[in-house]
Design a protein around this ligand. Structure first.
Ligand code: HEM
Length: 208
């Protein structure tokens, strides 16, 4: 069976979603087995935050892979990956609100203003929620394809805010190693898109 047939297989999506939800299952297992280290709340907040960022990278990887490898079948995974990004970001925000702030809304509002990296995270999450809420076919129809596409360009803002959030959070300890890895990956994915735009623009200029 070749790669295209594998991607088109009825089991391709369920298997991929199952695989990408495994880290979540391990976190839940860790809670029940009380095996999340000395600070489980911090472990959960950090793991879900990093998982959200990984899902965002995977979402943005789909188009370059689809175009470079000429695999149109990959397009079917993009919406699901975007929704998984939202799912992990939602879990991240939930763990923070519940475990760190104990649902104290006054304290959450104060924390947002006191620690700017939290504000940046919230902004990124609000945009992400907007994209997740409009990711369904009915929303595309209601908004019109052009406006929908314009709104979904916000994914690049989300990526920038997520990296800023991560960078700012680490600035206390000046530990930027993994921040740089994610920034480089997202930079490459965005760079590829700019390169494509430039190529299309050049091709349009050459045409008589
Ligand atoms: C309501 C929105 C958000 C809130 C309140 C929030 C809050 C936090 C907090 C409190 C931490 C630091 C935990 C610690 O000091 O141990 C953190 C870390 C982090 N957050 Fe967020 N965040 C939000 C949105 C996001 C989003 C949308 C993303 C990515 C798409 C994200 C990615 C991360 C990452 C990668 C880390 C660092 C994890 C690590 O150290 O490995 N956050 N966030």
């Amino acid at each position: 069976m070749n790669l295209r047939a594998v991607l088109r297989h009825a089991w391709a999506k369920p298997l991929l979603w199952g695989f990408l939800l495994l880290p979540f299952a391990f976190l839940v297992l860790g809670i029940f087995q009380q095996d999340l280290g000395p600070n489980p709340a911090e472990y959960l907040i950090r793991s879900t935050g990093e998982l959200a960022l990984r899902m965002l990278c995977l979402t943005l990887l789909i188009t370059p892979l689809r175009v470079q490898l000429s695999l149109p079948e990959l397009a079917q995974f993009r919406r699901g990956l975007g929704l998984l990004t939202f799912f992990y970001a939602f879990m991240h925000a939930l763990c923070y609100s519940l475990l760190d702030m104990e649902w104290a809304w006054d304290d959450i509002v104060k924390d947002i203003w006191k620690r700017p990296f939290i504000l940046v995270g919230v902004l990124s999450f609000v945009l992400l929620s907007l994209l997740a809420g409009t990711s369904f076919n009915r929303a595309v129809k209601a908004m019109g394809a052009h406006r929908w596409r314009q709104l979904h360009q916000a994914v690049y803002v989300i990526a920038g805010l997520a990296i800023l959030h991560f960078f700012w959070m680490r600035s206390g300890k000046k530990n930027y190693d993994d921040v740089m890895v994610y920034a480089a990956i997202l930079g490459l994915l965005l760079g590829w898109r700019l390169w494509r735009k430039w190529q299309t623009w050049q091709a349009a200029k050459i045409k008589p």
